[in-house]
Design a binder for this molecule. Sequence first.
Ligand code: GLY
Length: 402
Amino acid sequence: MPSSPAALLRTVDDSGLPERYTRRPDVARSDLERALSTAIDRIGENLEAFYDQFPGPSSEGLVYEPTDNTEGWTTAFWTGLCWLAYEVTGERRFRDAAQAQLATFERRLESGEVETHDLGFLYTLSAIAGYQVTETERYRSAALTAADHLADRFWDAPGLIQAWGDIDSPEDSWERGRMIVDSMMNLPLLFWASEATGDSAYASIAERHARTTARHLVRSDGSTFHTFKCDVESGAPLGGETAQGYDADSCWSRGQTWAIYGYALAADYADEGAYANLSARLANYYLSNVEADHVPLWDFDAPADQTYRDTSAAAIAACGLGELAQQLPLADARARGYENAAIATLGSLAERYSTDRSESNGLLSDGAYDPTDGDYDECCIWGDYFYVEGLVRATEHWSRYW
Ligand code: GLY
């Protein structure tokens, strides 16, 4: 029998799922509905200050300042929140704001700021969501242009999308041939582009990148490296490192959740049971190491003097676990376990980490953008987005944007 609370939490059933998730959590649907309504009220209060500007990426003293659409990867999370609020309420003001922001995403593409794998984050929640909700042809076209630029970052020999920097960066640079686990969430832009155009080349790049990620970034115990570099000419693996985690061999919890959700989505697009099983293995590692309140530390191997939580990772996990539950066969008992874990996570975020009683314009406290840079215990705009997406998933009929 396990002897300590920590060992108890790590007890797993035959499927690898911790035992505590085999039971329905004590979270009422009405609590999640109330949390969604509170979050949408706050999005509405923020519309004026952030009409065609963007919060984030993280707050200071729980307050976001407005930025232009130039920040690296996070601006579309606010646009995604506006689309979600519009879909839930039908209120025109949310749609008008999202469309005003879309104009800045179109300008960003025209200005040639495209040297990043983050085009998936940027154009899925702005342009694809906008096209899905309004059927505006211009948005479909912007998303396809973004997909073309993302596909241009693919290195054939190693079979990976380079995450950062100019694709022509020098051979000895840190960026050249470096992939990162976060990119799993940028693949839906490519899968979508294949479905939208009938050209399988985009999906084929996405699948090759997903397989290379499985080979090099996923470790045998189901944890993940943050980044991994390969030689772009020979394809040879050169080794893993971290950028935002504790160290090269630790497991950065947000990276783990990007992978859980990314493989669950890949399973849907590629109709591949293997992707769902990999997502489940990653989820089992995550759920075996998450804290008692269903929120992880920013790094599962963080030392005792750096035990900051990352609610943004928990929010991503809630969405990824919910998607994974849908991708597993109905008869698979794991599906109910992952659904239970998603609901338990959302319940904990709503009860313990909502900012609704604070002087804040964000939604979730205790996000950790980058503790290695002193950025923790704040709101993170992507954490806010995935929190609301998770609540929508749990309480509404909704077609996902990814
Ligand atoms: N994609 C960057 C991050 O998760 O911080």
